[in-house]
Design a binder for this molecule. Structure first.
Ligand code: ATP
Ligand code: MG
Length: 444
């Protein structure tokens, strides 16, 4: 929990919501029992009976998250509201679905007709780049869910916060929706601080985009289901490659900079995988417990092997000190996939064993995939809840899901640290049981 306190989960609000929501007006006769969410409704963090009992005996209010959803009263007057949407960072399946959901939610549910797309990430706020803002209507976005990527374009690299807020002010934007990863959300938070410093009433809402599914306090982020579903079919093909040659070894590198959720889930979905290597579980290449020894045992026995590796796995195997950063200052990982391929080839040559090693890196194909139906539904729900929250006047928040309910979290708690696989928990144990790989491939 990183010592987070009850108050850290309080979402900021621009002011009192005093305008009757158009949703309420539209539905009050046809659906008088439709549920509207009051700001006191919260979703508990730890749903176990133990936690409940301990909270009861200590009389301390447990950690909980604000419940997302349509409020009866809203802060922004729809006819005077101008909204903007920006997408930053790497691609992830479902971004276009989120954009479509935001536009349709604003337009049809709240009658907000003034909606704009900022092009190429935060660059779009800086006039020097010359990226025009594009008007978004339901007609413009009607087919975009049929394509991967983002219709607005994306970028990396820091932009001047003050210049970005100047643009928000100059363009009279009332609500900014940011779709992006931890960098984008940190950017959103800093923008919000500048907005506050200037005494402006602009709401900023984030929809977390991380294909790795590594946002804290969220069961799942959009694009993850599509990513591991697509990955699973590639893993199946790789298995065919492995079995197609005597002593065939196929390696598939999947996304997962700091956490191995995609690799773990793809392997569970396609249980032909023999080894899953993830950032959370350190492994050696050599030595009695090392990976190569285990791989040899497997190949001797069955004459083929399938390895799935997350991009952030085994980084300790590289020499330290020559870190490469991308434009946004993220550490670029050394290519563990290529490294494994070379080391495995070398190892089998040294052992005088015939082996065929095939290396597959489908990352860019997966990132730009079209969202599968389950993700499409999820994207739309996230977008709609982001719209409800922003229209109600909440700001500096992200929308998430916990215990199957949509929630609003302050950006700082969502970006404070990353979610990782618990290597003593049930997900990793399922992987160990399914693959049959040793619990530990580290010599220490
Ligand atoms: P991904 O998961 O693909 O890395 P991301 O949103 O983290 O997505 P980044 O490229 O890291 O992608 O960041 C997106 C944008 O946010 C970049 O333009 C970056 O410069 C900006 N940004 C990141 N951190 C900050 C910050 N603290 N203040 C201002 N801008 C920031
Ligand atoms: Mg990032």
């Amino acid at each position: 929990m990183n010592d987070l306190k009850r108050e850290d989960f309080e979402v900021k609000k621009l002011g009192k919501a005093t305008i009757l929501s158009p949703i309420y007006k539209n539905y009050k006769e046809a659906a008088p029992d439709k549920e509207y969410i009051d700001d006191s409704r919260r979703i508990i963090y730890d749903a176990s009976l133990d936690a409940f009992n301990s909270a009861k005996s200590s009389e301390e209010e447990p950690i909980s998250f604000l419940k997302a959803g349509a409020r009866k009263d809203i802060y922004f007057d729809p006819s005077k509201t101008k909204a903007a949407i920006v997408t930053c960072g790497g691609l992830c399946p479902g971004i276009n679905n989120v954009i479509r959901g935001l536009v349709n939610g604003l337009y049809y549910r709240y009658n907000v007709k003034n909606i704009w797309g900022i092009q190429y990430g935060y660059q779009g706020f800086i006039s020097d780049y010359g990226h025009e803002m594009v008007k978004l209507t339901p007609n413009v976005v009607k087919d975009i869910h049929l394509f991967g990527g983002t219709i607005l374009g994306s970028s990396r690299g820091r932009q001047d916060i003050s210049a970005m807020v100047d643009t928000l002010e100059r363009e009279n934007i009332n609500i900014l929706f940011t779709i992006g990863g931890d960098g984008t959300l940190s950017g959103n938070h800093v923008i919000q601080q500048e907005i506050e410093r200037r005494g402006l009433k602009i709401a900023t809402a984030g929809i977390p985009k991380t294909i790795d599914n590594d946002v804290n306090f969220m069961t799942k982020t959009f694009g993850f289901d599509t990513a591991f579903t697509t990955a699973a079919s590639i893993v199946r093909d790789a298995h065919n490659e492995a079995t197609g040659a005597y002593n065939g070894v196929a390696i598939v590198k999947l996304m997962g900079r700091d956490s191995g959720f995609i690799a773990a889930n793809a392997a569970l979905a396609m249980p032909d995988v023999n080894f899953v290597l993830i950032p959370e579980s350190k492994f050696d290449m050599y030595g009695p417990k090392g990976f190569l020894n285990e791989l040899k045992k497997r190949v001797d026995e069955r004459h083929h092997a399938l390895v799935v590796v997350a991009e952030g796995a085994g980084q300790h195997l590289f020499e330290e000190g020559d870190e490469v950063l991308d434009k946004s200052g993220n550490v670029k990982h050394k290519d563990i996939g290529v490294y494994l391929k070379d080391e495995i080839n070398k190892f089998f040559a040294d052992e005088n064993m015939e082996a065929t090693v095939k290396y597959i890196d489908p990352s860019y194909i997966i990132r730009s995939e079209v969202a599968i139906p389950a993700d499409s539904v999820f994207c739309n729900d996230l977008a709609l809840n982001a719209v409800h929250g922003a229209m109600a006047g909440f700001t500096d928040f992200v929308v998430g899901r916990w215990h199957n309910q949509f929630t609003y979290l302050p950006i700082p708690v969502a970006t404070a640290s990353r979610k990782k696989i618990d290597i003593d928990g049930p997900l990793w144990w399922s992987v160990l049981e399914t693959t049959g790989q040793p619990i530990n491939m580290y010599n220490e």
